[in-house]
Each structure stands twice: as C-alpha cells, then as structure tokens.
Design a binder for this molecule. Structure first.
Ligand SMILES: [Mg+2]
Length: 215
C-alpha cells in the first residue's frame, strides 16, 4: 500500500529549462577552480567523474580535497532564485490533491531545498526534507541512501513512489521495489516504471495506482 511520495527538488519540482540547475553547475565549476585550485582544463572532466563515482561533486571534493561542506553549499547556492523560478500555483494545487505524505529526498541541502520550495510556494506540502546532511553525506544513487530514507520514514520500499529527473537516481529505487517516475524531457530513457515530462503529470499516475492509504 502506498504511503509516501518522495520528490527530488532540483530539475524535478521545477523544469530543467528554468536554468537554475545550470547556474548552480557553473558555480560548482567556479568553486572547484577558485576555491579548490582545480586546473580549469580538467575541471569539467573531474566534475563528470565525481558525478559518476560519488553521486555529487560535493562528495568527490570531500573525498579528494576534504573541503569545508558549509562553505561549499553556501557558495554554490548563492543565487537570486527569483530570477529563475516563479511561484507555481498549478504545482501547489496538484500537491494539495495528492493523497500521500510528501517527502523531499535530495542530494542538495535543506536550506537550498526550502528556498526553492518557498519560491515555488509549495514548501507547506512537505512533511519532511531528507537532505545530504540528514543522510550524513550518503547520497543518491548509493543504495545505502535509500535504505536510510526507508529507516527514517519507518517505511518499506513498496510504500514509496519516487520522482527524480535523473535515471541514475531512480534505478536503485526501482531495484528495491519503489515505484519510480522519471521527470525528464528525454522520454527515450529506460529502466523506470513511469516517465513524464512534467511533475504535474505524476497525479495521473498516482490515481491510476489507486492503492494508497489516505493521509
Ligand atoms: Mg534533480
């Protein structure tokens, strides 16, 4: 029986064409060059390898350089959100109708996630934000991160639906039995239960599943 709807935040609750995630990526690159001293000629390659091997640039940088986490998170998220995001009344209304407990499951930190959700006008729907700190820097797609989430929620995988824009983050969720929804414009990607272009479309999927416990 479904009880929880887990949502990624960046590029999932808001569309990837907002440009916000791109500028956060640029700040990560700048941080690596200016604060860490990474050679600009290899920085893109290194970022890519961190994503593949550690799930986030943050954990790669912690491993290789022992960076100050607070400094990093503050630096990469220091952006005027209202330039990229607008309040989203349609998302607000959809979340109101969704008959499951809504939880944030993000590789980012709670401060950034809350700023994003406040700007979108949807923060009040979420009963819990499970972020990189709550997970003690275990992150998607490390299978341990999903086990920690289940333990925190006192839930089983089959009680959870999970929506994320990254296929690599959904695969481990599907492997343990969560219902998985890819929110991505590239519908050719495979390996999940459902695929939608916009987070607004998840409502229809939940309705079709039907098997949930009302809040
Ligand atoms: Mg994302």
């Amino acid at each position: 029986m479904l009880r929880f709807f887990l949502f990624d935040v960046d590029d999932t609750l808001y569309p990837s064409h907002s440009g916000l995630w791109d500028v956060i990526g640029e700040r990560i690159t700048t941080y690596m060059i200016e604060r860490v001293g990474v050679d600009p000629r290899v920085v893109n390659e290194l970022r890519k390898s961190y994503l593949e091997n550690f799930g986030t640039a943050l954990n790669g940088l912690r491993h290789d350089y022992g960076i100050d986490v607070d400094d990093y998170l503050q630096y990469v998220h220091d952006l005027p959100l209202d330039r990229y995001l607008n309040p989203d009344p349609a998302l607000d209304a959809m979340l109101s109708r969704l008959p499951l407990q809504k939880i944030v499951f993000t590789n980012s930190d709670a401060a950034h996630s809350m700023r994003v959700m406040n700007r979108l006008g949807v923060a009040h729907h979420f009963s819990r934000v499970i972020d990189i700190r709550a997970l003690e820097f275990t992150n998607k797609p490390d299978p341990l991160a999903y086990q920690k989430v289940l333990a925190m929620l006192n839930a089983t995988a089959d009680e959870c639906i999970f929506a994320d824009d990254a296929l690599r983050n959904l695969r481990p969720a599907k492997a343990i039995g969560m219902t998985t929804i890819l929110v991505n414009n590239d519908l050719s990607l495979d390996g999940v239960d459902y695929k939608v272009r916009s987070v607004l479309e998840v409502e229809e999927i939940v309705e079709s599943l039907g098997n949930f416990k009302a809040r």
